[in-house]
Design a binder for this molecule. Structure first.
Ligand SMILES: Cc1cc2nc3c(=O)[nH]c(=O)nc-3n(C[C@H](O)[C@H](O)[C@H](O)COP(=O)(O)O)c2cc1C
Length: 179
């Protein structure tokens, strides 16, 4: 897609995917994009684990009490990790990488959804990061920010409507006087 604003207009979270594998070429493009994500002081504190095995996806779908089940039907999960020892703003760096993955997915005409892991719990009350670490053998020193679910879109979602953008959130020069 040539126009970023148009890409942003049509990107919506996809939670239902076709039962289709993503080609190695597309996976490579996704990871190229992620590895070009900006990071504070170019510290690149992130690492990524690619998961496409059905049993592993099923296990990851139980990472949270709510909002992670869709991973069971995804073709690919990209687990976004970061090393806090490499950056004090690893949350921002890992979040940017997660979003870049989503935007590249959209550009490749794939659907995606961000699954929040940090600060979340499983249905059993286990810390979601710890659960994901356990499933994938991730060292304790690494934090788990998100899992980006990716696949071929099964559902069609309405693009953003320009008339409904929240322009009231945009202020000119200073914050409006609310008294
Ligand atoms: C930080 C963050 C965390 C999110 N966590 C989840 C999640 O755990 N599960 C989920 O289904 N969607 C999750 N989402 C997707 C949001 O629900 C979605 O972006 C929002 O509802 C707006 O819909 P849209 O992406 O279609 O515009 C998350 C999005 C962000 C940015």
């Amino acid at each position: 897609m040539e126009n970023l604003l148009e890409l942003l207009r049509v990107r919506r979270s996809t939670r239902v995917f076709k039962d289709t594998q993503i080609s190695p070429e597309l996976v490579e493009s996704l990871m190229k994009a992620a590895l070009m994500s900006p990071s504070s002081k170019r510290s690149n504190p992130w690492e990524f684990i690619l998961v496409d095995d059905a049993d592993q996806l099923e296990a990851l779908s139980k990472s949270k009490k709510h909002g992670s089940l869709l991973l069971a039907g995804a073709s690919l999960a990209v687990v976004v990790l970061a090393d806090p020892a490499k950056s004090d703003v690893w949350v921002e760096d890992a979040s940017i990488a997660s979003l870049i993955l989503q935007l590249e997915a959209e550009d490749l005409n794939l659907g995606s959804c961000w699954i929040q892991i940090r600060l979340r719990q499983t249905a059993d009350g286990e810390d979601s990061e710890q659960y994901v670490r356990r499933q994938l053998g991730i060292p304790d020193a690494l934090r788990v920010e998100s899992i980006v679910a990716i696949g071929v879109k099964e559902e069609a979602k309405k693009p953003f409507e320009e008339e409904k953008l929240q322009w009231e959130k945009v202020h000119l020069g200073q914050y409006p006087n609310i008294n």
